[in-house]
Design a protein around this ligand. Structure first.
Ligand SMILES: [Zn+2]
Length: 104
């Protein structure tokens, strides 16, 4: 299991979620990318992993409305489009950071 980040900052003006991991590794993930990669069952097919959400429907000015830790393994991100069911595990966030192109 991936270690939790040592710090998470929401940079609302830049629409960036900044994650600091051990050894001061810092990842900056754009809100649009994160919203499009939402791992919940209404955004992504649970079996195939295929994206269900239409990326063109994501508001360009999307921002975070809330951030709530879930145990020690994930964070729930609430978005300004009213969607808040995505649990982003540390593994998911690290995967998105490692492959910052939207997957199909
Ligand atoms: Zn979702």
């Amino acid at each position: 299991m991936a270690d939790a980040p040592t710090n998470i900052r929401a940079l609302q003006a830049q629409q960036i979620l900044e994650l600091t991991w051990d050894e001061n590794q810092v990842d900056r993930l754009s809100y649009l990318l994160l919203r499009g990669e939402c791992p919940c069952a209404s955004c992504r097919d649970e079996w195939t992993g295929a994206r269900i959400i239409d990326l063109s429907k994501i508001p360009k000015d999307i921002h975070l409305d809330g951030m709530e830790p879930v145990g020690s393994y994930a964070v729930r991100l609430g978005w300004s489009d009213g969607h808040s069911s995505g649990l982003y595990t540390w593994e998911t966030l690290q995967r998105i950071a490692a492959n910052p192109e939207p997957t199909v």
